[in-house]
Design a protein around this ligand. Structure first.
Ligand SMILES: Nc1ncnc2c1ncn2[C@@H]1O[C@H](COP(=O)(O)OP(=O)(O)OP(=O)(O)O)[C@@H](O)[C@H]1O
Length: 242
């Protein structure tokens, strides 16, 4: 197996509140890892440690074998897509410019290439072409979320970080987006780390699921193994809510 993300003795506190005491974790290339745990257990903190948005107090995070503390964070982030709840779109840019943002930085002179990337990704996420010149506030929540995913993928990242991306949409849209992100993962082979509150979502999407309890890994396994043999009472309780 090919490790793409690794935490070694990673630690993070805010003042005297220790959020992540000592995290050791390996994520293999091509996995879809869902990260679940109660509110405040440290899920977002772990995600933001991967793209350097939250610096560690101690320990290291490696992406593709390189310690991110010694990497240029701008080029690191170009290789790591980031999609958050509510899409995080630039409100003053239309859909096309939002999706084209990173490809434009990368292919400065090659407008044609950027245009092709935009066309490809709107199709992949199931958006109509006639939405390209709308602004984010002229889209539904589900459409905004799709644009957010297209924007994150348009840079062709090796890794896609998703922080409760479907938290703000209705149930029907959420199920559609879940099916789409699963298909996109299968199609592209991108490594995904996906934070969720919803155990059904975690089990449906993940090739591996991490259950986090107070900043520590209670269990890290396939959805099948977690359901068959929950590691402790917390995991048992969580899957009984399914
Ligand atoms: N900038 C900050 N300053 C102080 N405390 C913080 C900061 N960011 C996060 N925390 C605290 O760290 C803990 C973990 O936060 P984190 O956002 O990682 O949790 P989470 O599992 O993603 O929670 P949720 O499911 O509610 O989004 C929480 O107790 C939170 O209040």
């Amino acid at each position: 197996m090919n490790t793409i993300i690794e935490f070694k003795h990673a630690r993070k506190s805010y003042g005297d509140h220790v959020v992540i005491p000592d995290l050791n974790l390996k994520i293999e290339k091509g996995e879809f890892v869902t990260l679940i745990g109660s509110s405040g257990s440290g899920k977002t903190t772990i995600l933001k440690m991967i793209n350097g948005l939250i610096p560690l107090d101690a320990g290291s995070v490696y992406v593709e074998g390189k310690d991110i503390a010694t990497e240029d964070l701008i080029s690191l982030r170009r290789n790591i897509g980031y999609a958050i709840q509510g899409s995080g779109l630039f409100p003053h840019m239309d859909v096309e410019d939002n999706i084209a943002y990173v490809p434009n930085l990368l292919n400065k002179k090659d407008k044609q290439r950027t245009r092709k990337a935009v066309e490809k990704w709107i199709q992949v996420v199931g958006l109509e072409r006639d939405l390209l010149d709308r602004y984010p506030d002229e889209l539904s929540g589900g459409q905004q979320q799709r644009v957010g995913i297209a924007r994150a993928l348009a840079a062709s990242p090796e890794i896609l970080l998703m922080d409760e991306p479907f938290g703000a949409v209705d149930d029907i849209t959420r199920h559609m987006l879940q099916d789409e992100i699963k298909r996109i993962h299968e199609q592209t082979g991108v490594t995904i780390v996906f934070v969720t509150h919803d155990i059904r979502e975690a089990l449906k999407l993940g090739t591996k699921v991490i259950v986090l309890e107070h900043g520590e890994i209670a269990q890290y396994d396939t959805p099948e193994a977690i359901q068959q043999a929950p590691a402790n009472d917390y995991v048992k309780q969580l899957i009984s809510d399914k």
